[in-house]
Design a protein around this ligand. Structure first.
Ligand SMILES: [Fe+2]
Length: 503
């Protein structure tokens, strides 16, 4: 099949890549289940991390201790699911909720926060109706209507990409959503080219040091992987689709100087399950016999592709990848956060929605894999460090790097993580700061500072005080604790990803 034909297929399916049929398993309209009641009745003090703010959060000054360094003057944008319930009906998965975008405006000893729901067509229609109208990632709510397009169920809740003065709020099943960086107004969906309207655009684009933006999108029902190359000035250079057999859930990827790298866990989309009424998540089947496939695509010639195989495992996130030429061929080194299976996405990240802590038997760990394109051999080593939300110095994307900043410390009694760490993926050495028994750590980002070691910036939910706290650390002295902290007068729902923009 020619690329043009595939692109036409995907674009037409851009109308309906997720769910073509009315879900027969949907509960009858007007009979909300008891998840909201269970959540309300739960005593877990951390449940505020999964609460639903009633509305937008106006610009509010934080209480600052210490002084945020000059290099950290700017704005930290963050986003995450926040609209978890509507009309007494509560979603069954953390990833379902309508996105709320945040900005933390940082200027030395002054920090202000603002949060606004992304006004997606889905949110606008549902808030007007006062009830859920559409299915979500892991939930098929009461009496839902079939989606009219991928963007009709787009919740814009996963990550942000600052681009050309705007911020794109990213989901992965449909379009990016344009956000005004100063007001957080929703400006509408981003259409890269008319024939690509509504196509899937992942929440983890990668920006080369030269400013080129690479991204992908998965059309599960079509078994197609879309590829995007976007110029520094924000214009589309190239887009195409490639077919992938047994299309899995792919949330993140990596770039090297010459390649795009996709680690594909054996969590495979099954169209029949979807047609039988399962949620998008529950339409996926764990098929460990497939292993963890690693698809490597030549950046310049997307027809040059190679598939390698690692032992079966699951991942959401990649830290970084880089390549080197060896006597046996090009070797790609990629670090990622690996779990033995995908149980956590089906259990841990679901049960939190009724304030239950269910620990998965497969905790995620930082792992380093080597893909030898000459021999086809793929190997990996799993480091001792529990991890999620890996971030690197953005100046090293696709280049050899040493350090990954990540959340760490998994606890039996609490969901999420208790510490932030900076780990050297070559030596395995790591330093960490433990926030304490009443903190849930969100993603921390690396902020560069010229040739200095740089800074680490991130938020935690301090559920003991019911406040969200923004902290800044010296990257090379993480264990010494924060050099500055800004405490908001309220707790925010736990978010997913963010990006820092210097002022
Ligand atoms: Fe992510």
């Amino acid at each position: 099949m020619q690329r043009r034909e595939l692109l036409r297929l995907l674009a037409s399916a851009g109308a309906l890549p997720l769910l073509p049929t009315l879900a027969p398993l949907a509960r009858a309209a007007g009979t909300n289940d008891d998840w909201q009641a269970q959540f309300d009745a739960a005593s877990a003090p951390w449940k505020s991390g999964f609460a639903t703010p009633a509305g937008d959060l106006p610009l509010t000054r934080a209480t600052v201790r210490g002084r945020f360094p000059d290099a950290v003057a700017g704005t930290l944008f963050r986003i995450g699911p926040a609209g978890h319930a509507l009309g007494g009906d509560r979603y069954h998965h953390w990833f379902d909720g309508d996105g709320m975008v945040h900005r933390f405006v940082i200027d030395c000893a002054d920090v202000r926060h603002q949060g606004r729901y992304v006004a997606t067509p889905k949110r606008v229609a549902e808030t007007r109706a006062g009830r859920h109208l559409f299915e979500a990632f892991g939930t098929v709510p009461l009496g839902v209507e079939p989606p009219t397009s991928a963007d009709s169920i787009n919740v814009a809740n996963t990550s942000v990409l600052p681009l050309q003065g705007e911020v794109l709020a990213l989901w992965e099943g449909g379009s990016a959503t344009r956000i005004d960086a100063r007001t957080l107004d929703t400006l509408g969906v981003k259409t890269w080219r008319a024939d690509l309207a509504g196509m899937p655009f992942s929440a983890h684009p990668k920006v080369d040091p030269n400013g080129t933006v690479w991204n992908f999108g998965v059309s599960s029902s079509q078994g197609l992987l879309a590829l995007y190359e976007i110029a520094l000035e924000g214009t589309l250079r190239r887009a195409a689709v490639v077919p992938v057999a047994d299309m899995p859930m792919v949330h993140d990827f990596a770039v090297t100087e010459r390649h795009l790298v996709f680690l594909m866990p054996p969590l495979v989309y099954d169209t029949r399950r979807k047609e039988a009424g399962a949620s998008f998540l529950d339409a996926h089947v764990w098929r460990p016999e497939l292993g963890m496939r690693a698809l490597v695509i030549d950046k310049q010639n997307w027809d040059k592709r190679q598939m390698l195989t690692l032992p079966a495992g699951f991942l959401f996130h990649v830290g970084n990848a880089w390549e080197e030429d060896t006597p046996s061929g090009t070797s790609i080194h990629i670090d990622y956060v690996r779990s033995d299976n995908a149980d956590a996405v089906f259990t841990t990240n679901r049960e939190v929605m009724r304030a239950r802590r269910v620990r998965s038997g497969a905790d995620p760990h930082l792992s380093v894999a080597t893909l030898n394109l000459g021999t086809g051999e793929a190997t990996q080593s799993v480091l001792a460090h529990e991890a999620e939300f890996p971030r690197i110095d953005a100046r090293r994307v696709g280049l050899r790097h040493r350090h990954v900043v990540h959340a760490t410390q998994i606890r039996d009694a609490l969901p999420g993580f208790g510490a932030v760490a900076r780990t050297d993926v070559e030596t395995g050495r790591s330093q960490r700061f433990i926030y304490g028994a009443q903190a849930m750590v969100e993603e921390h980002v690396f902020v560069p500072d010229g040739s200095n070691p740089g800074w680490v910036l991130g938020t935690v939910l301090d559920f003991g005080r019911q406040k969200t706290v923004l902290s800044c650390f010296a990257a090379d002295h993480l264990g010494a604790g924060p050099v500055a902290q800004a405490t908001l007068p309220y707790a925010l729902p736990l978010g997913l990803h963010g990006a820092f923009v210097a002022s």
